[in-house]
Design a protein around this ligand. Structure first.
Ligand code: SF4
Ligand code: SF4
Length: 136
């Protein structure tokens, strides 16, 4: 099974169409919504984890793009700014997935984008504002 967290951005003209329903039905994908901001007749954003065969996953992403949605990996919208991070470790106590963790050899805080679920708890935990998240 293949699994990846993605961000889907809707434009106002397609926000009311049942696209996620069609995606799941046509491509046999399991989805887990991590975050969503959808309003009638306005742009919308959904962060979700999609799971299925690699072939169906790729087909599903193609389908979304063909329907006019912008799709990108969640990992592209979350980053740890190396110029600001002082490796204090405060964020590691809040990060629920272990995406932010101490490297036992260097004792520096590492960020693993593949484990991040976009919860944004690290943003308020980080006084130097080193965690940059751009979901909405
Ligand atoms: S809280 Fe901020 S500054 Fe401290 S380790 Fe985490 S990202 Fe770096
Ligand atoms: S957004 Fe959430 S999961 Fe991702 S690094 Fe920050 S606290 Fe961890």
């Amino acid at each position: 099974m293949y699994s990846k967290k993605i961000i889907i951005r809707y434009s106002a003209d397609i926000v009311e169409q049942p696209i996620i329903y069609e995606l799941v039905k046509e491509y046999d994908l399991v989805f887990n919504i991590l975050k969503a901001r959808i309003f009638p007749r306005r742009e919308g954003v959904i962060v979700l984890e999609l799971t299925g065969t690699k072939e169906n996953f790729d087909g599903g992403i193609r389908f979304l793009k063909e329907r006019g949605l912008k799709v990108e990996p969640l990992s592209k919208s979350v980053c740890q700014n190396p110029d600001r991070c002082v490796h204090c470790g405060a964020c590691t106590a809040f990060c629920p997935t272990g995406a932010l963790h101490f490297d036992r050899e260097t004792w520096k805080v590492q960020f693993d984008p593949e484990r991040c679920n976009g919860c944004e708890l690290c943003v308020t935990a980080c006084a130097p504002r080193a965690m940059e998240i751009n979901l909405f």
